[in-house]
Design a protein around this ligand. Structure first.
Ligand code: GLC
Length: 472
């Protein structure tokens, strides 16, 4: 529990004093994650009253006049689709939210379809539908890095969301989701990279605390792995993470790069930062993990693959997002035997944690925009976010919920300050090109992890490719 309270303390302190902590913490990124974000209402079109404006007035002879139109947006019977999240406890939590919405709006049926766990595959699915102006997708999950990419295909949510609810979201998330004055998605949850570790095994092998540096992690992982294998656990590994060629690898590798002092792929001013000694060293180090302290198959792992090994009790350490916490608590093999800590530091002396998270947007091509918007507003309201985040251990996007005792109990590591001390991916400076930037980056990293290319050649080529793409 020590590391949990330590992490909670770190993030809480961050509210008052940015990063004045004695242990490695995620690298602050003040230039990219402004602490005081302008409210989108400053730039957005004037807002009509708080509720969905298009519901037909009800006959006044049977129903007392209501102060606001229906929160359901429509009185017609309609079916809308929602693209759900397949990872962790999200499917169950989403089904529960849909059920609650059905009670409130019995005329709206929400059909949940499961979207791919891979960012690139999900984005491809959206792009195909949007290019065809298809009405098949109504409400979609929008990754924190996608507002710039998807803005043209999403409705401006400003006129649908009650003012009080709008003001409740973490301001920098609203800013992230506001593209050319349009609020393209409503904030639902935040994520950040963190280190999961086995408390029982640290104790068994006489380690007093989780690793503060990558070197410490390597040594501890090796010792525990050797010991566990000698004791008969042949499938035991030291460290599992996300090494497949997809968005998740961009997150993991950016953490290695930043923690080693290698810069941040593309800086807010557009400078490309990959071709340097610190990044090369960080990638070389990670490549050495493959087949030594990490399974050879890690280069095909996404979040849920890493979690499966960890969940079964076959890993000492895991890099993952907060959503992996809930199922770990209930795992028969590791429940009560794990804790979380900040990711280790590299040569920079500080650990880094990439900002993740998901938001809710409505397709411009929806045939039922009012019903779809009503669902999006419902899903992201405080009451729903509370239930959803407790069930999923994905930290909420509403500021006030962080002082809620039930949230604190379910997620002792959560703090809204995470947004300020995490490293954002370069989606703001690269906008509509972000997915290409990320694809170039994770492809280069993957070629190093799989031994196809040396780290120095890979980053040289990557720099050239990024320059070409970004017109530098
Ligand atoms: C998590 C994060 C998301 C990120 C993805 C990468 O879902 O919340 O932001 O893009 O992982 O796999």
């Amino acid at each position: 529990m020590r590391a949990i309270s330590l992490l909670a303390l770190i993030v809480a302190l961050g509210l008052l004093v940015a990063c004045a902590t004695p242990t490695p913490t995620p690298v602050p990124a003040p230039t990219q994650a402004p602490t005081v974000a302008p409210k989108p209402t400053d730039t957005a079109a004037p807002k009509p009253p708080t509720q969905a404006p298009t519901a037909a007035p009800k006959p006044t002879d049977t129903v007392a006049p209501t102060k606001a139109p229906s929160v359901c947006g429509t009185t017609e019977s309609v079916t809308i689709t929602y693209v759900g999240d397949p990872a962790g406890a999200h499917p169950t939590a989403e089904a529960a939210a849909i059920e609650r919405f059905k009670k409130l709006c019995p005329n709206i049926t929400v059909k949940r379809i499961s979207g791919s766990a891979s960012g690139q595959e999900l984005l491809a699915m959206y792009s195909t539908a949007f290019e065809a102006k298809s009405a098949d997708l109504d409400v979609i999950r929008v990754d924190v890095i996608w507002p710039g990419l998807l803005a043209d295909h999403l409705l401006d949510m400003t006129k649908y969301v009650p003012k009080e609810q709008l003001d409740s979201y973490i301001p920098s998330l609203l800013q992230n989701n506001t593209v050319k004055g349009k609020l393209v998605a409503l904030p639902l949850r935040i994520g950040f990279g963190m280190l999961y570790y086995r408390t029982d095994l640290l104790k068994k092998y006489n380690f007093a605390a989780p690793p503060k540096t990558w070197e410490e992690l390597e040594k501890m992982a090796k010792t525990i792995q050797d010991g566990e294998r000698a004791a008969g656990k042949k499938d035991f590994w030291g460290f599992v993470w996300q090494g497949s060629a997809y968005e998740g690898l961009t997150c993991d590798a950016l953490e290695w790069q930043v923690s080693n002092g290698g810069g941040e792929i593309v800086k807010p001013d557009g400078t490309i930062e990959v071709n340097n000694k610190a990044t090369i060293a960080a990638l070389e180090r990670a490549a050495k993990w493959v087949g030594t302290i990490s399974p050879p198959g890690v280069t095909g792992y996404q979040e849920e693959d890493a979690r499966a090994v960890w969940h079964a009790g076959n890993a000492a350490f895991m890099r993952n997002w907060p959503f992996a916490y809930a199922p770990s608590v209930t795992s028969e093999a590791i429940g009560g035997k794990f804790d979380v800590a900040p990711l280790p530091a590299g040569a920079s002396g500080k650990g880094a944690s990439v900002l993740g998270g998901w938001h809710i947007g409505v397709s411009r091509y929806s045939k039922h925009p009012e019903a779809a918007a009503a669902f999006a507003v419902f899903v992201t309201n405080a009451e729903n976010q509370k239930m959803y985040s407790i069930a999923t251990t994905s930290p909420p996007a509403i500021l006030a919920l962080y002082s809620d005792p039930d949230i604190k109990k379910a997620m002792p590591f959560a703090s809204p300050d995470i947004v300020k001390i995490t490293t954002p991916r370069p989606s703001t400076p690269t906008g509509a090109k972000y997915n290409q930037v990320s694809t170039l980056y994770f492809t280069a990293v993957h070629s190093v992890l799989t031994g196809k290319e040396s780290a120095d050649v890979a980053v040289q080529k990557l720099e050239l490719d990024l320059k070409k793409l970004l017109g530098k």
